[in-house]
Design a protein around this ligand. Structure first.
Ligand code: SF4
Length: 497
């Protein structure tokens, strides 16, 4: 564990996020005057960095225990206010100090949030020009020219795509199916192996139907724009169960206005012709068949338990069933994969020609099996590179796709981003909505999070968006047992509507 001591409690999150961005393999612990630490080991560990907030300056000291020396960086500032301006300036000081210390410039500069395009979209909507936005990102946040261009291009495209949605009087619906054929090594979602949970699926669907009924009443009269069934792997359910699920959804919600209806089939080993027919009959418009990689040994390593051949077969089956909007997800930075593996995965996908490709950079979460696996094997998984990102981007371009949404995650391999590419008119609208937080998303099922979006206009003409959340419990058994409590939480969230 790497200890960082700060004499001020306020900027713990900013310090942690920035230091982790420069040193992704570190397990960082920030100690501030407010920290309550009982672990003697932590208290006795010498800090690797220190931040001293003094009357007229801030001192940032980096200790190199190995060579018994320290580097010191100073920011002269007498401003003792805790304004946003001060916080931003402090972020710049810390970023430039770390940049000098490591000799590394981060692609997204000191932007550590998960939604950089949301910031850009907000500025565009406020009437700022692309040049003004670029200067702001360059000068205030040290974002690279390439990421500035990418961010602005995506934000502009998102605005166009979202222009047909009903922000004020519309909403989107998410339904979580938390079962999968097996659990992937890197999984950090709510997922239970279907083999062990098969008997509880009918109870789960019954609870879900109860939640649907109330949620539909709470949002009666609003326009349903998009529907997304995700998880987990929704196609872990049998064809009959999928039929029951969508039939119930259509009983409670008005699908006549739906612009996009996605089912994240995900795992190739869960897709059958019968299930595809059920989804087609119910008007599913977009489906995901996710390989993550087309390298056999990596699939085995990450616990997918399906082959490359099965991915191609599932894709062809989906196409044959009549789907003309198929997405494929891949992950860059998987253990042991190099740029040639990425190139080979992209070449295999080019042959299949999906309508969209979502490129993820591996995010290692300590809770996931992959985090433990990495620790045990003493390997670094942070091997995604700019070159790999470029190979994926060129592959998407060769398939006639353009980038249309982007987000970042904590502990992301190489400090890059996840990018969704799609051919024109085959975008994943729901994906943009999740990132841009423009519209209420009513979320049902275990582990789902409902976001209520309320828009008001402030005195200066800017739009203020209030986001209120309501979470469902993650454990399936708890969700089934406590469904009335989940419903009550939703009722409370929407009662003032
Ligand atoms: S398919 Fe997705 S949700 Fe299921 S175990 Fe793998 S990563 Fe987790």
């Amino acid at each position: 564990m790497q200890i960082i001591k700060s004499s001020k409690a306020q900027y713990e999150y900013e310090i942690h996020a920035l230091v982790k961005s420069f040193y992704p393999a570190w397990d960082v612990k920030i100690l501030t005057p407010d920290s309550v630490i009982k672990d003697r080991k932590i208290l006795e560990t010498p800090p690797v960095m220190e931040l001293k907030f003094l009357d007229d300056h801030v001192e940032f000291i980096v200790h190199d225990g190995l060579h018994n020396k320290s580097n010191s960086y100073t920011w002269w500032n007498t401003d003792q206010t805790e304004s946003d301006e001060y916080k931003n300036a402090f972020g710049r000081f810390l970023y430039t100090s770390l940049q000098e210390e490591t000799g590394i410039s981060l692609p997204w500069g000191n932007l550590t949030g998960v939604r950089p395009t949301k910031l850009i979209m907000g500025m565009l909507e406020h009437g700022e020009s692309e040049q003004e936005i670029a200067a702001f990102l360059r000068e205030k946040h040290f974002v690279s020219e390439e990421k500035i261009d990418l961010g602005i291009e995506i934000a502009q495209r998102e605005r166009k795509i979202l222009s047909t949605l009903h922000y004020e009087d519309g909403y989107s619906l998410y339904v979580g199916i938390p079962f999968c054929p097996t659990t992937c090594l890197y999984c950090s979602f709510t997922s239970y192996p279907i083999g062990a949970w098969k008997e509880r699926v009918p109870d789960y669907l019954t609870a879900l139907e109860k939640e649907m009924e109330t949620a539909a009443q709470l949002y009666r009269g609003k326009i349903l724009d998009t529907v997304y069934i995700g998880g987990g792997t929704p196609t872990s359910l049998s064809a009959g169960e999928i039929d029951r699920l969508i039939t119930s959804l259509k009983k409670y919600f008005d699908f006549s206005t739906v612009q996009e209806f996605t089912v994240e089939a995900g795992r190739a080993d869960s897709i059958t012709d019968e299930k595809l027919k059920v989804m087609r009959r119910h008007g599913v418009t977009r489906i995901s068949v996710n390989p993550q990689t087309m390298k056999e040994s990596t699939l085995k390593l990450i616990g997918r338990q399906h082959t490359v051949r099965q991915v191609a077969d599932a894709f062809h089956m989906t196409r044959k069933a009549g789907f003309d909007n198929i997405n494929m997800d891949i992950i860059l930075g998987l253990p042991g994969e190099d740029k040639e593996d990425v190139r080979s995965t992209i070449e295999s996908i080019l042959v299949l020609a999906p309508e969209s490709l979502t490129v993820h950079s591996l995010a290692v979460k300590r809770a996931a099996g992959l985090g433990r696996w990495i620790e045990e094997h003493g390997i670094t998984a942070y091997n995604n590179t700019e070159e790999m990102m470029q190979i994926a981007a060129l592959g998407a371009d060769a398939m006639g796709m353009a980038p249309y949404y982007l987000y970042r995650q904590k502990n992301m391999s190489g400090n890059f981003e996840n990018v969704g590419y799609a051919v024109d008119g085959r975008y994943g609208i729901y994906n943009i909505l999740i990132m841009e937080e423009k519209q209420t998303i009513l979320a049902l099922g275990a582990g789902s999070i409902t976001k209520k979006v309320t828009r008001t206009t402030m005195a200066d003409g800017r739009e203020n968006i209030l986001i209120e959340r309501c979470e469902n419990v993650k454990e399936v058994a708890q969700y089934i047992e406590r469904i009335d409590e989940m419903i009550e939480r939703k009722r409370r969230l929407f009662e003032e509507m």
